[in-house]
Write a protein that binds this ligand. Structure first.
Ligand SMILES: CC(C)(COP(=O)(O)OP(=O)(O)OC[C@H]1O[C@@H](n2cnc3c(N)ncnc32)[C@H](O)[C@@H]1OP(=O)(O)O)[C@@H](O)C(=O)NCCC(=O)NCCS
Length: 164
């Protein structure tokens, strides 16, 4: 399996349905615009039988974290660099859920970010998870911020230790 950059001319964004309207609409209306502006990148996993059909997608960008909302024992460690990578969106079409595709997409996203960090250097990856989904990320080593139960982070060094 391999993810490819979202191609608005090729991929059928209208038929994608992950059950969360905000994510469906993001893919349909916003993802390509944001990529054209170099604000983010969206990658899709195509259906094996029909490469215009989207099985799942994720969007990557950068963000700044408020160090005050970070676990206090880690605030000092990251005081000189609060710029982090953000998995801004991640979703699987309802037809393909519960087949480990979400997990595969998450690992694929982390591999891309680990490679990017070799070039530009940033210490953390964060995700702002939907209500009730944080346990999905915790399975892969993400830890919760202190201020909100929906925001999670993982360090590049932990990703490197797992993936290399
Ligand atoms: C969350 C989502 C990406 C998971 O995709 P998936 O392909 O169904 O997940 P997987 O089959 O890889 O599941 C991996 C593990 O995560 C768990 N998991 C799956 N969906 C979950 C959810 N919504 N909340 C918590 N845990 C979840 C599974 O039970 C599984 O655990 P197990 O290994 O102990 O059996 C998918 O349900 C989805 O797109 N949901 C709608 C959009 C969304 O909420 N995206 C997250 C935005 S932050």
């Amino acid at each position: 399996m391999i993810t490819v950059a979202l191609d608005a001319k090729k991929h059928n964004r209208n038929s994608f349905d992950c059950g969360v309207e905000a994510l469906n609409n993001y893919l349909k209306l916003i993802a390509n615009q944001q990529s054209n502006k170099d604000n983010s990148r969206t990658y899709v996993l195509e259906d094996k039988e029909d490469d215009t059909s989207i099985v799942g997608f994720y969007t990557l960008t950068m963000a700044n974290i408020d160090l005050n909302s970070f676990p206090s024992k880690l605030q000092k460690k990251y005081q000189y660099n609060n710029t982090v990578a953000l998995i801004a969106r991640l979703a699987v079409d309802k037809k393909y859920m519960k087949n480990s595709i979400g997990s595969w997409l998450l690992v694929d996203a982390l591999k891309k970010l680990l490679n990017a960090s070799d070039t530009v250097g940033f210490p953390l990856v964060i995700v702002d998870s939907k209500d009730g989904v944080s346990s999905f990320y915790e399975k892969y080593g993400f830890k919760k911020f202190e201020d909100t139960s929906n925001k999670l982070f993982i360090s590049i060094s932990d990703i490197r230790a797992c993936l290399k």
